[in-house]
Design a protein around this ligand. Sequence first.
Ligand code: ATP
Length: 273
Amino acid sequence: MTDTDNGSLAHSIDRIVTPSIRLTEVVKDFGPQVRALDGVSLSVYPSEVVTLLGLSGSGKSTLLRLLDGLHLPSSGSVSVLGTDVGAARGRELRALRRQVGFVFQQFHLVGSMSALENVCTGALGSLRGPRFGLPTYPRTVRLAAMEQLDRVGLADKAFQRADTLSGGQQQRVAVARALVQKPRILLADEPVASLDPESSAQVMELISRVAAEDSLTVLCSLHQVELALTWGHRLVGLRGGKVVLDKAVSAIDRSQTMSIYSSVAAAPAPQLV
Ligand SMILES: Nc1ncnc2c1ncn2[C@@H]1O[C@H](COP(=O)(O)OP(=O)(O)OP(=O)(O)O)[C@@H](O)[C@H]1O
């Protein structure tokens, strides 16, 4: 067994289960100087929680942004829920994005809005026109938002301004906002990087719990090996834009995670092309 056996096994599994996410030989260049992803092939299956580890600049955010159409691949293909993301435009891309929730390191809440209104904004993709204030959202959306806030343990903070909440609470609001759109996939880009260890564990426990309850496929980038081993089903390591580790957490020997971080000098990140 090698450190990327999951990658080769994926070809066999793909014939039986359709992956929620499939990257095939994806290269992403930013101009002629920077190759952020260098031939990445990866399949993520329904209800899997996969964590992405890698040094700063190894390509984690780039990979996640390709899945939502925020970046286009330079070559190779990116398929999400059966849609070719690189080719999708307009209505098809909007329909795909409604099924993909995104949680960011910096929460991206509107500080002057209440927690509840921030959660309601998660439904904007399926509403017509802009909304100005909580009462302008349909009652069904407000109720669904309240339900998600309750689920993340923050019903009592519903009418509190987002910028008065702690970092951990703000991230839980951001998770509720992603959930209100009823996604099938949840992408999380270093969701706990700005949080203390206790809040980090709470947010990871929350993501893991809602993933199980809603059968979500999760791809989550992290910097902490320990969190990846505790909350993920599978760990994918990126170094210099390449997959260097792809294994079920249950099969990982902790020392293998060093392959993601070792030989830093030899890992050209970013690579010059
Ligand atoms: N929009 C962009 N324009 C130019 N270069 C970019 C852009 N986005 C990312 N890069 C470069 O691509 C490489 C991979 O960046 P990326 O943000 O994906 O890494 P990362 O693993 O998410 O890093 P971090 O852990 O610091 O967030 C880096 O060299 C980065 O500078």
